[in-house]
Design a protein around this ligand. Structure first.
Ligand code: ATP
Ligand code: MG
Ligand code: FE
Length: 347
């Protein structure tokens, strides 16, 4: 079975071709980062328009790279949730049109579960059942997975996503968008203990994250308490590095602690001690190192997505192979679901 997967949930136009043994025949990602850079965040209307311009060339390039034509494709998968409405619509419409024209099945992909599935490409052994952490630009959520297609929501952020906090703090520090890579770069020269930033929920059993208070704390550390205006502030490169390192460490502490806690809680109900991490922030080097250390200490089997599969890509859409095997197909009434539909809370 040869699958074409499409990904247009946010600001990457991506397509990939994989077979049912998870061999990647080709994968193309057209990033729009340059278009959104000056706005320091993704502008939905610009993203949707850029997807319209790129989706067919990206599909063509993906087919060419695999030396295949549409006649060789047995099914098409598309991420239809969650994401930006206009962006999702472009991918879904392209997928439906191609399925209709070629009379092949359509498969729906949940973008967040796909971020976790990316770990399967970095592992020789099956990654399910597991606890999965999706830590990306729009989400910071923990799930328990029985299989690739059976998940329960364990808990997540009550406000900002970790990636969003990286992007906003980078903007406050005058660092380029996207914020994750630029903060981690300058943080190398900073002191992670220079400023004591808050870490939410660390002392509680509850599986939850909160990063908006941390964001405000960084702002006050830049401007001085009670002052909000960033315009007349000038920071030395040393101070920027200290702020970046201290902020990054606060985020990493929360991500590590809650992931380990989620695995422990699931293990108490006989789930395997296995953790899989995907999403853009999973590319963070300090996070990868510190989570690895903790998992070794706590006897947890840890899987990360490969660096090139952390941020948005279509290879991770191969989670549709599991839906194909389970006979889970869609008809032409499939719609986009921009907001996150939460799976029932784990009991
Ligand atoms: P979602 O998956 O929630 O819909 P998204 O698709 O926009 O959101 P991703 O593409 O998975 O998110 O990840 C992008 C985010 O990852 C950005 O917020 C970016 O700053 C962050 N990021 C990328 N690299 C790093 C890094 N090295 N350290 C920290 N954050 C990073
Ligand atoms: Mg993106
Ligand atoms: Fe994503």
């Amino acid at each position: 079975m040869i699958l074409l997967t499409l990904e247009t949930t946010c600001d990457e136009t991506a397509a990939a071709i994989v077979n049912d043994s998870l061999k990647v025949l080709s994968g193309v990602v057209a990033s729009q980062a340059k278009l959104h850079e000056i706005y320091k965040g993704v502008v939905p209307e610009i993203a949707a328009r850029a997807h319209v311009e790129r989706i067919l060339p990206v599909i063509d390039e993906t087919l060419k790279a695999a030396d295949l034509t549409l006649d060789d494709i047995d099914a098409i998968a598309v991420a239809n949730t969650p994401g930006l409405s206009g962006s999702l619509l472009v991918g879904l419409t392209a997928a439906k049109a191609l399925c209709f024209a070629k009379d092949i099945p359509l498969i729906a992909v949940n973008h967040l579960h796909a971020h976790v599935y990316a770990c399967q490409f970095a592992s020789e052994t099956p990654i399910y059942p597991c606890v999965g952490l999706v830590v990306s630009g729009g989400h910071t959520h923990l799930y328990h997975y029985e299989s690739a297609i059976e998940s329960r929501f364990l808990g997540g952020t009550i406000d900002d996503a970790a990636g969003e906090a990286f992007d906003k703090v980078a903007s406050m520090l005058g660092l380029p968008y996207p914020g994750g890579p630029s903060i981690s770069k300058v943080a190398v020269d900073g002191d992670k203990d220079a400023i004591k930033f808050p870490r939410s929920f660390l002392k509680e059993d509850r599986i939850a994250f909160s990063f908006s208070g941390l964001k405000t704390a960084v702002r006050y550390a830049i401007t001085g308490p009670g002052k909000f205006d960033l315009d007349n502030v000038s920071l030395t490169p040393e101070r920027v590095a200290d702020l970046a390192a201290s902020f990054q460490q606060a985020v990493v502490d929360c991500l590590v602690a809650k992931s380990v806690q989620a695995v422990e809680q699931c293990a108490a109900k006989d789930a395997p001690r296995r953790l899989c991490v995907g999403g853009g922030v999973a590319a963070n080097r300090v996070f990868r190192e510190q989570l690895k250390q903790q998992c070794e200490l706590k006897n947890i089997e840890l899987h990360f997505a490969a660096l090139e599969h952390c941020t948005d890509n279509a290879v991770m859409g191969a989670i549709a192979v599991e839906r194909f095997k389970a006979g889970l197909f869609e008809d032409m009434s499939l719609d986009i679901l921009p907001g996150l539909i939460r799976e029932p809370k784990a009991g």
